[in-house]
Every structure is written in structure tokens, then in C-alpha cells.
Design a protein. Structure first.
Length: 374
């Protein structure tokens, strides 16, 4: 039996060594997401469930509670244990991703989710993303070979089946996100720029082929056409999101006064920035962006003192995937990019997204904390 003094000592050691500024920024972002969920989803619950209960808010709170457990768990592991467990979880989540086209649940033409008897519906790629970064970092920092190009090839082989499975769902947004994160990791590892841009060009050519020549990805072509030609009539969601931001102005219409959450399906996930901007104003979006940037700055500040290449790669990959996902989400909301269905890390409603972000946060806290005999 574990004594209470041992538990207290372990908790004290964990608290003493983690980076408090990064920890509180993570908690702040999750709390902001919970607050915006409270003020933006009560009407959605009323309309869908014919009730005045705070259904989505309590569900969001439940997943954040699970997320905090994962943050503490992953941030308290010893470094070697973190990497070993991450490899095992990478394999498990990858198996889940393989099961999606076989037994997955189709929603609005895309099959991206799994449902088990003991688990609610979840999206395997959201849980897999943190472990993809660790596996790629382990390959690129491996000391078994000094040939960088061999490591690049191995890391590319790691993401190829994942990209293939995402394409078959289809989920081009997550595919592009994974590839951008991989590119950021090989870029900082010292790749020749000619080869780097060659990789980038090949993937763009592949995406071009998929979108324009395979019927399965015709929906992406429709979104692209509506993006470049607003008069095509296929951009209802993005038009309403843009209108919400414009109508919100600088200071917003006030809590509960927004209408986007009732007009656009999944507004509290894919268009949360527009929902927030409509009710609270563009000033709050600017503040949120500043919080994200400060969070990224705090992690990068740790990189300056980190000598271990493996840890540097994991931290850069973790921050890159959060940054890219946030930029894509905000870009879609302000019509810089076509609709992708990408959630905003920390803030958007969605169990898989919250838990995946929590795992990533736990890994960041683990690799930025002060270490004694680790």
C-alpha cells in the first residue's frame, strides 16, 4: 500500500520542478475554453435536447477533468519512461486509426471516428498526434546511424501510412497538419534546403492530384471554388462566420447575443473563434492570440538552454503542431483558408481534441521541467 507521505512527496517534487508559467498558461487556456463553452453552447443544448441544462458545458468540463489527469500523468513521468510509454501508445493509437475505415462511424460524409461500448465517440488522430511527434523525434535523433538522409527517409516512412489513412477518411486538414509538423522537425534537424523544398513540392503535387483527379475528394474542390468564388453559393458556413466577426466589431455584441452558434453546425468546435468574436469582440481574439504567442515563447525560451537534441525536437514539434493548428483554425474563421474542420487547441469543444491537447501539454511540461537525477 502506498503511504500518504509518499504520495505527498511525489506531488511536491512534481510541483517543485515543473515550469509554473507554462503550467498556468495551459490551465488558463483550458479555463477560457470552458468559459466560452458555457456562454456559447447553452442554446445549442436547448435546441437539440429540448432542455435548459448545460449539457455541452458539463461534457466539456468532464473532458477537461480527464485532460488534467493526463497532463499530470505525462508531466510526472521520468524521461525514459515517457519515451517508452509514448512508443507503446503510438502503436495502440495507430491501430485505432487503422480500424477507422473498417468499423468507424461516418459523420457528414467523413469516416473519422470510432465508438466502443465503454468509450464515447472519439477521433484516433487527435490522440495519435502527440506520439507521432515523439516517434519522429526519436528517429531523427537516433545515434544508431549518422546518415541524416537515412533518418529523414525512416521518419517519412513513419508518417506515410498515417497520411494514407487520413486521406482515405478523408481528412485533408489533418493530413496537411501532420506533414507541416514533420517538415518543421526535419527543417530544424539541419536538412539541405533544396531537399526540403523538394519534399514540400512533392506533397503539394500529391494534394493537387488528389483534389482535382479523384472523385472522393471532390468536396475539397467545392470548398476551394467557394473560397475563391464567394458567389458560387457553397460557402454558407464561412460566410456566416465572417459575418459574425464583422457584426461583433471590436468589443462584441455581448454574452448570449451572438447568432452564429445557432446558424452553423458545430460552430462551438470548427468556428469557435467566430463565436467568441461575435459576442466578445475582436479585442478578445487579439488577447487570445497574445496568450498563445506568450505560451509558445515560454517553451522556446526553454529550448535555448536545452542541449539534448531529442528533447529539442519533441518540444519544437509540439509547439509547431499547436501553432499550425491554431493558425489554420483562425485562418478558416477569417476566410484566409478554405474550410478544414480544424479545432482550436485548448479552446474548442470536443473530447478527442481536449485529451490530445492535454497529452501534448503534459509532454511539454515534462520536457521543460527542472530535473534532478533524471
Amino acid at each position: 500500500m502506498i503511504s500518504s507521505s509518499f504520495v505527498y512527496k511525489s506531488y511536491y517534487e512534481w510541483w517543485k520542478n515543473i515550469d509554473k508559467s507554462i503550467f498556468f498558461l495551459i490551465i488558463l487556456l483550458f479555463c477560457l475554453g470552458l468559459f466560452f463553452s458555457l456562454v456559447s453552447t447553452s442554446l445549442i443544448a436547448s435546441n437539440k435536447l429540448d432542455t435548459n441544462s448545460y449539457y455541452f458545458f458539463f461534457k466539456h468540463l468532464f473532458f477537461i477533468g480527464i485532460g488534467i489527469f493526463f497532463i499530470i500523468f505525462f508531466s510526472s513521468l521520468k524521461r525514459d519512461h515517457l519515451f517508452k510509454i509514448s512508443i507503446i501508445l503510438f502503436i495502440v493509437c495507430f491501430i485505432f486509426l487503422i480500424l477507422v475505415p473498417i468499423v468507424g462511424v461516418e459523420v457528414k460524409g467523413s469516416k473519422r471516428w470510432l465508438v466502443f461500448l465503454f468509450l464515447p465517440r472519439f477521433q484516433p488522430i487527435e490522440l495519435l498526434k502527440p506520439f507521432i511527434i515523439i516517434v519522429i523525434a526519436l528517429v531523427l535523433s537516433s545515434e544508431k546511424s549518422d546518415n541524416l538522409y537515412y533518418k529523414y527517409l525512416l521518419s517519412f516512412i513513419v508518417i506515410i501510412p498515417i497520411i494514407f489513412l487520413l486521406i482515405t477518411q478523408p481528412d485533408i486538414g489533418q493530413t496537411f497538419l501532420i506533414f507541416l509538423t514533420w517538415l518543421s522537425l526535419i527543417f530544424i534537424s539541419g536538412i539541405n534546403l533544396v531537399i526540403f523544398f523538394l519534399f514540400f513540392g512533392l506533397i503539394l503535387a500529391l494534394l493537387f492530384y488528389l483534389i482535382f483527379f479523384l472523385p472522393k475528394f471532390g468536396y475539397i474542390l467545392v470548398r476551394l471554388k467557394s473560397f475563391f468564388d464567394p458567389s458560387s453559393g457553397n460557402n454558407y458556413q464561412s460566410e456566416k462566420a465572417s459575418e459574425a466577426i464583422i457584426n461583433g466589431g471590436f468589443f462584441g455584441k455581448g454574452i448570449g447575443e451572438g447568432v452564429l452558434k445557432n446558424r452553423v453546425p458545430e460552430a462551438h468546435t470548427d468556428y469557435i473563434v467566430s463565436v467568441i468574436s461575435e459576442e466578445f469582440g475582436a479585442i478578445i481574439i487579439i488577447v487570445l492570440m497574445m496568450v498563445f504567442l506568450f505560451f509558445i515563447y515560454q517553451v522556446f525560451k526553454k529550448l535555448y538552454f536545452e542541449k539534448n537534441n531529442k528533447i529539442r525536437l519533441v518540444l519544437v514539434g509540439s509547439i509547431s503542431i499547436i501553432l499550425f493548428q491554431a493558425l489554420i483554425h483562425i485562418g478558416v474563421n477569417i476566410r484566409l483558408f478554405p474550410t478544414t474542420g480544424m479545432t482550436l487547441p485548448f479552446l474548442s469543444y470536443g473530447g478527442s481534441s481536449i485529451i490530445g491537447t492535454s497529452i501534448l501539454s503534459g509532454i511539454i511540461l515534462n520536457l521543460t521541467k527542472r530535473r534532478i537525477n533524471y
